[in-house]
Design a protein around this ligand. Sequence first.
Ligand SMILES: *[C@@H]1O[C@H](CO)[C@@H](O)[C@H](O)[C@H]1NC(C)=O
Ligand SMILES: *[C@@H]1O[C@H](CO)[C@@H](O)[C@H](O)[C@H]1NC(C)=O
Ligand SMILES: *[C@@H]1O[C@H](CO)[C@@H](O)[C@H](O)[C@H]1NC(C)=O
Ligand SMILES: *[C@@H]1O[C@H](CO)[C@@H](O)[C@H](O)[C@H]1NC(C)=O
Length: 807
Amino acid sequence: MEGMIDLFQKIGLTEQRAKDTAKNKKLAPTLERTITEAGVQDGCDKNIGALLYTLASTLNKEATPHLPYLAQAVISGKLASTEQIAAAIEYVSNLRDSQINEQEFNQHCGVGVVITPEQVQHEVSQQIEQNKEKILSDRYRCLGITLSTIKQNPELKWANGAVVKDEVEKQFLALLGPKDERDQVVKGKKKEKKEKPSADKKASSAPVKKDPNSIFFEGELSRLHKPGGNKQIKDELMIEHLKATGGKVVTRFPPEPNGFLHIGHAKAININFGYAEAHNGICYLRYDDTNPEAEEEQYFISILETVKWLGFTPYKITYSSDYFQRLYELAVFMIQKDLAYVCYCTGEEIYAQRGGAEKGPRYECSHRNRPIEESLAEFEKMKQGQYKEGEAILRMKMNMQDGNPQFWDLVAYRILYTPHHRTGSEWCIYPTYDFTHCLVDSFENITHSLCTTEFTQSRPSYFWLCDAVEVYKPVQWEYGRLNVTNTVLSKRKVLELVELGHVHDWDDPRLFTLAAIRRRGVPPEAINIFVRELGVTTSKSTIDVARLDNHIRDHLNETVPRVMALLEPLKVTLTNLPGDYLEEITVPNKPRDPKLGEHIVPFTKTVYIDRSDFREQDSSDYFRLAPGKSVGLLHVKFPITCQDVVKDAAGNIVELICHYDNEGEFKKPKTYIQWVADSPAHNSPVKIDEIRLYEKLFFHANPQDKTAVPGGWLSDINPDSIQIHRGAILEVGIWDVIKRWYEQAVAKQHVDRIEDIRFQLIRIGYFCFDKDSQFNEEEFKKDPSKAFKSLILNRTVTLKEDSKKEN
Ligand SMILES: *[C@@H]1O[C@H](CO)[C@@H](O)[C@H](O)[C@H]1NC(C)=O
Ligand SMILES: *[C@@H]1O[C@H](CO)[C@@H](O)[C@H](O)[C@H]1NC(C)=O
Ligand SMILES: *[C@@H]1O[C@H](CO)[C@@H](O)[C@H](O)[C@H]1NC(C)=O
Ligand SMILES: *[C@@H]1O[C@H](CO)[C@@H](O)[C@H](O)[C@H]1NC(C)=O
């Protein structure tokens, strides 16, 4: 061990690194061997040492037999960068049994290619010049894409990565000047390895400058092919494709219009629209409407609304049904090529052919080898409506012996007599998802078909089908789907919750459909930041719902006005003030944030405080109001002192008699509480009919876990997931909040839904209006205080992570 540490230091590793490396059971012997093969046991230049270290740490099994050659290539200066070492390892790994051909090796690894700093400078400035307009407008947000584009430049293939990066940064600085507030697009959080519970709030909400698009240039997404980079069975296909797209990235978001979107789809939407946007490409919204039985108008509408609400604009809205004719023609073409056949097997028969329940041997059905002419005629009969539903299908002739079930002669067409939402009764044969999806991707010239890992197995059959019908073949790539704790997302389960009355509807704020999240008053920006912060990897993730709540809170904390509210008002009479006493107090809508403006609240002889801010039994650690004690009223100049308590016959406290301490020496109160004054002239207080507070709908992180929840997921429902308070009052600042929202709406020429009116009720949480409040625009213009039929507020999220603590 000692000897090894010594040896590693000789080639330039620091003492710590040498020690750490010596402890690494895999790397240490490889590095030792590399040093021996290079013949530098007595030491060498630090840069050579670093290259040897790179070689040793990236060496794979196939390349190991070639270590002597590679080590010598480093010593002789042939391999002088990490990029070259990576290329060398790649070259030798693919040799299998053949010998190293020196000429090929040199060419593959760019041996002898010298790239001068001037060349780097030239290529970088050309690239920047070409995109100057965009860079000037988007500034440092373009840095990622500029770098990744330059790395694709063949002229710079062998340039030192660090030098190129330096050069790009230098030229950005020269063009744009240092980063400033224009570059702080997003307030995000540092990626934390593990979510800390609630402690360390300060540190974790420190704003970090992060480009929201950077996820598209990181990790696996950064390694996706560039348009034009995916091989086709015929070269012309790519030439035509590039002609049609101009080399742009083209993606699509392809929901089936048979349900509402949920939080998981927010990820799909962000990835598909975001990836295209980040690469200056385009993204389609495509309704995958190949099942006439499940589609309903309301889903089409709600999907589009949700996409727009999240802030994305489809390049074009399309429907799989737009392509029914072309799909049909390709199906005929497949039969003609003997790659599809009409089959009369039932579902059970097909199941048995695929190995059945015991996953036994698989076999082909008797229709598989019928003559082409016969299948053509039968398919025509299917189309003509001469078969009943289920009597005949079209199957693709794939490979029943393939290990991948996606090759077991998938169904391409089935018969359905339900009229289609768009094509009516024009067709009675409908293409399946498996047949439609990849072909429509191809028709729309999709470059990157991004989907969740459930479809990984479909990737080979996706490619197979495009090649079989000889059309342009997009690349499919899968990412892990997003799931959150303490809820269920599946359509069937959500439907069950609605039917059993555990929630009110699909968009009940306790659910995680995007419609529900929206109705809970959650700002779309918070969802997007949440999704992007999670990053895009192939692993599935179930994210603690608390983490989403944190993003919502952070966003609302920064953006919404504050309003004083009392859930349980208690009357306070200030005996030393005259009956007509009035002070108009200016209150900031958000402390220390003048951009949100201010409003006026009246202060009079009669005010209300929250019952929880008064105690009859005082104690030394209690700082709010008690008999004989003083407390401050938020924004009011002087404190009040409680002199007497008035009770009703039953002994309940109904009023406090207090003194406004506006004479004598000013004593700063220990704390301030919320209040609302009585002033009919100001329409104060504002009486709230209902305040609805929500809690998690399920107790367990995974309600479907049979061990944790033996009684089944429905037994895990929190019976107190909604609490309704009646009789609360607010200060008049709420009208100011509503007025501002309305003015912005008028400026945008579009009155949003009232759940987009968001505000904080101090100490209680973030809220929005419930649609049951029934906003009336005409009334509002005459007298805002009469604009609502009733006032109903829904809590979006609590102020802090643990809502229990607050109450
Ligand atoms: C897709 O590309 C083809 C050429 O390969 C072109 O004919 C077609 O119009 C393009 N379709 C769309 C929707 O861009
Ligand atoms: C809200 O934002 C302010 C800064 O505007 C910050 O000081 C405060 O800690 C935030 N509050 C919470 C609960 O995150
Ligand atoms: C979400 O995760 C739970 C496990 O936590 C799993 O039971 C459920 O099927 C997942 N839902 C989706 C839609 O993936
Ligand atoms: C408010 O809560 C009620 C009851 O749960 C619900 O029906 C309504 O959709 C909610 N509204 C909003 C805007 O969240």
